[in-house]
Ligand binder design. Structure first.
Ligand SMILES: [Ca+2]
Ligand SMILES: [Ca+2]
Length: 207
């Protein structure tokens, strides 16, 4: 018998890979929470943004909506359509979304009535390290309340409003991990402080 161990191992490996791929693509989406309380200093940083020196991200115990802390984002964006990126999941903690289809995303935010910045984008990293940005319609309105306000949006994670990095193929390779918030300053720039707590994900079954 012309048995070739190497070829056999390759075949076995590709069978396992195919099975993993299949189980991934047929994974049942389930509701997930992203708990700001589980974050530590090593999860957060200000990304390299245009004209946003002086922007700061921290974990704040100042009136968190739940638990001991919320994200505090101080943005300082110069005029000229700059932005500040606030990375809050460098370790890519759960949830890891299978990226298929639409998700209802909710997050609690508070800011103040003077906020002019916006729009705000939510960024994810795919399984290969490609960045996907999804704009959050009307988030600015929620940020103009100084009380905790629930912001809800349904996003199709297969249809982003921008992607770059890695091979930049535009394909949201599972799993997708929450990564950062990007606050745009608008033509006049803006400076302000916003808080974010309790982000949740629920598959949108169309009901
Ligand atoms: Ca909290
Ligand atoms: Ca990709």
């Amino acid at each position: 018998m012309n048995f070739q161990p190497a070829a056999f191992a390759r075949t076995t490996l590709s069978c396992i890979a195919a099975a993993l791929l299949l189980s991934n693509s047929t994974a049942i989406a389930k509701a997930e929470d992203f708990d700001i309380d589980m974050l530590s200093e090593s999860d957060i940083k200000v990304g390299v943004g245009k004209s946003s020196d002086g922007s700061v991200i921290s974990l704040s115990s100042d009136k968190p909506r739940t638990g001991k802390q919320a994200l505090k984002l101080i943005y300082n964006i110069l005029p000229g359509n700059g932005y500040a990126e606030f990375v809050f999941n460098q370790r890519r903690l759960s949830p890891r979304l299978n990226a298929a289809g639409k998700w209802k995303i909710a997050m609690w935010v508070r800011g103040d009535s003077a906020i002019k910045a916006g729009p705000v984008g939510l960024r994810f990293l795919d399984g290969r390290g490609e960045v996907f940005q999804f704009m959050l319609p009307k988030m600015e309105e929620a940020l103009r309340s100084s009380d905790w306000t629930k912001y809800e949006v349904t996003l199709d994670l297969d249809v982003s409003q921008g992607h770059w990095g890695n091979n930049s193929d535009g394909i949201a390779d599972a799993p997708l991990s929450l990564f950062s918030l990007a606050v745009n300053g608008g033509p006049d720039g803006d400076a302000g402080t916003i808080y974010v707590d309790d982000i949740s994900f629920e598959p949108d079954t169309g009901k």
